[in-house]
Write a protein that binds this ligand. Structure first.
Ligand code: AMP
Length: 218
């Protein structure tokens, strides 16, 4: 698709709202850097780095990783060459101090252009997360009921094996949704006040959400 966007965009919403699925598709369609703090942290954990070691306990408990660790990781990432002008931040910021740190780190000509809130009723999120499957090779996201792969356990796109994330177990999901409600949801008011917030009804088919997102991000 020949879409070009020069957006510097935050995708905001609860776990399971579809941010990661859509960020991957939009970033690919519009040549934006996709910066997912969850993916970055999982990469650090599997590489056995010091950051991964520090983050793992929080992630396993469904809790947010401390702000200072996340903020320095994102600061370094958005200064890399592919992320200088246009990106999607997926899963960051998730707290007020993270949002304030992001503002401080962006100069006037690289300020945020959009914050998109993925609205999904809480009653839907749990089922989305418990059925979610991720490709261990290309990161594509599938769902046991809503978006099943053609062959069980195999990614349609690359043939990689599908796995369930260890934090997509019911007791972890409950904690993650609680963290979202108390620490992340206040960011809606923060960005609404700055007149940056745009809301999308993300409780619809992924293809419909994708088309609307491209329009919202113009
Ligand atoms: P996600 O893949 O976005 O659902 O993130 C998975 C886990 O990584 C979260 O439950 C947190 O433990 C951690 N994490 C990801 N992004 C952040 C962030 N911005 N702040 C704190 N913790 C984060």
């Amino acid at each position: 698709m020949a879409t070009t966007l020069t957006a510097r965009c935050v995708f905001l919403g609860a776990p399971g709202a579809g941010k990661g699925t859509q960020a991957k598709k939009v970033a690919e369609a519009a040549a934006l850097a996709h910066i997912s703090t969850g993916d970055m942290l999982r990469g650090q954990v599997s590489a056995g780095t010091e950051l991964g070691r520090q983050a793992k306990g929080y992630m396993d408990a469904g809790k947010l990783v401390p702000d200072d660790l996340i903020i320095s990781m994102v600061k370094a990432r958005i200064s890399e060459p592919d992320a200088k002008s246009a990106w999607i931040l997926d899963g960051f910021p998730r707290t007020l101090p993270q949002a304030e740190a992001l503002d401080r780190n962006l100069s006037a000509n690289s300020a945020l252009s959009h914050v998109i809130y993925f609205a999904v009723p809480e009653s839907v999120l749990f089922g989305r997360l418990t059925g979610r499957l991720t490709c261990s090779k290309c990161g594509a996201i599938w769902h046991l009921q809503n978006n099943p792969p053609k062959a069980a356990g195999v990614c349609d796109l690359c043939g990689g094996g599908l796995v369930q994330r260890s934090d997509d177990l019911p007791e972890k999901i409950t904690k993650r949704l609680e963290e979202y409600r108390t620490l992340t949801a206040p960011l809606l008011a923060y960005y609404r006040e700055k007149n940056l917030l745009r809301e999308i009804d993300a409780n619809r088919a992924p293809t419909v959400v994708f088309q609307e997102l491209l329009k919202l991000m113009q």
